[in-house]
Design a binder for this molecule. Structure first.
Ligand SMILES: *Cc1c(COP(=O)(O)O)cnc(C)c1O
Length: 433
């Protein structure tokens, strides 16, 4: 029997992250001489989004990154395989360990969040699952603030518990309850900020401090604030997670997710991704790279539209209450105002004296926002959470989740605020609506 090939045994010991790197090289034809990407850690969010991770000269001398539609990458000869395994030449090997487009996006996202490293996944949920599977062991437990994304909590409640990992929830922003719930088994405390659809804003510094003092890892799902409005790593949390499907991609045309944090803590996450899969196709990575370039411009508009529409709704006689962290009436306005650059495009409001059908009539009467789930894209979206996400729950359960029948959630896009306001005005004026 032939013995095992040398590269088979060493492959398992080599972290995938070190096995790959920029795939342009050489100095003739379409291959420009290698050029170091701009160091962007100290640059602003727009410059970072546009330039981070990109070589100054690219394949074919193209200004944009090429899409390498490859599942595998080839070697010139056996010696070059050995050199690669011995980490003499970082390069690509096989598509499940990542692709050049993903690496560019990871550099941009690490730079935007002020983290040392980022690992990109095919969806936000794949990122969440990958992070926890890489770090949590049987016998440990995870504690959530209870307004976190319901699928994240569902994964822990229904699936991680099957592997002996405990799951608990405490009321959102109840820091004393969070601290009291921590036991020697606790591995992670997790929150989202702002939460969806209630827009509760976590004091990230306080949250991070609990984790540090009690020796547990902290994770913030910052999908709704984006690194443009807030950078949780600077406030001391260990990991930031984004569903890049939302504002980061920004055009309602892709799914992706990312975890950002320290290099050594992301190494196991990257290794697990290389085994589990959940990577982005090169085409998807390019779409995200392209979307990211306008993040700062888009966020300025989402922030402006959010505030303008929230103020309009708050002054409207048919509206009982508006939830938007930029409004002084919002319970978390103070913490939001001192920590966030802007408050985003999500606005939740309650109609006065409306049952679920009258509320649905307003949703059905708008002409610009499309009716649908999700948020963060250029197109505005509208939905009634009771119907879209909580239809299968009993009224008592909806009460517990604070999802009344008269609640509407607007995910504002980048259209003109005056048009959005005029549209909502006509929808609220419809008889029967
Ligand atoms: C959408 C969303 C997710 C899940 O992301 P996918 O890309 O849909 O998997 C996680 N957290 C928050 C806050 C979200 O809005």
């Amino acid at each position: 029997m032939p013995s095992t090939q040398p590269h088979d045994s060493s492959a398992d010991k080599t972290p995938h992250s070190r096995r790959s790197g920029p795939s342009t090289g050489g100095a003739s034809g379409g291959f420009p001489p290698p050029s170091a990407p701009l160091s962007t850690r100290e640059l602003g969010p727009s410059t970072t989004a546009v330039h981070a991770g990109e070589a100054r000269l690219k394949f074919g001398f193209s200004i944009t990154d090429p899409i390498f539609a490859a599942s595998t990458y080839t070697f010139s000869d056996t010696q070059s395989i050995v050199d690669f395994i011995e980490q003499k030449h970082p390069r690509e090997e096989y598509g499940r360990y990542g692709n050049p487009g993903e690496k560019v996006v990871e550099e941009k996202l690490a730079g935007l969040d002020g983290g040392a490293a980022a690992v990109l996944f095919s969806t936000g949920m794949a990122a969440f699952v990958g992070l926890l599977m890489a770090h949590v062991n049987a016998g440990e437990e995870i504690i959530f603030f209870d307004e976190c994304y319901h699928r994240s909590r569902e994964f822990c409640r229904k699936h991680l518990t099957r592997f002996g990992v405990g799951f608990r929830e405490v009321a959102t922003c109840d820091y004393d309850a969070m601290e009291a719930a921590i036991t020697p088994r606790t591995k992670f405390i997790v929150s989202e900020s702002p939460t969806n659809p209630h827009l509760s804003v976590v004091d990230i510094g306080r949250f991070a401090e609990i984790g540090r003092r009690r020796g547990v890892l902290t994770l913030i799902d910052a999908t709704l604030c984006t690194p443009y409005n807030l950078r949780p790593l600077e406030a001391g949390v260990d990991f930031v997670l984004h569903s890049a499907t939302k504002y980061l991609g920004g055009h309602n045309d892709l799914l992706a997710g990312v975890v950002v944090g320290a290099q050594d803590r992301l190494e196991p996450v990257r290794n697990l991704r290389g085994i589990m899969g959940g990577v982005n196709s090169p085409h998807n990575a390019y779409l995200l790279e392209r979307g990211l370039k306008t993040l700062a411009l888009r966020m300025e508009r989402h922030n402006a539209n959010g505030l303008a529409v929230a103020r309009f709704l708050e002054s409207h006689p048919r509206v009982e209450r508006v939830l938007y962290p930029g409004l002084e009436s919002h319970p978390y306005h103070q913490v939001a105002a001192r920590s966030m650059r802007g408050f985003g495009g999500l606005v939740t409001f309650l109609l006065k004296d409306a049952d679920w059908r009258q509320t649905a009539a307003v949703v059905d009467a708008v002409r610009i926002p499309r009716i649908g789930p999700s948020l963060g894209g250029v197109e505005s979206l509208i939905e009634q959470p009771m119907v879209m996400s909580y239809w299968n729950y009993s009224p008592a359960e909806r009460l517990k989740f604070r999802i009344p029948d008269n609640m509407i959630r607007l995910a504002l896009g980048i259209e003109d605020a005056a048009d959005l306001i005029a549209d909502l005005d006509q929808a609220l004026a419809r008889p029967g609506a």
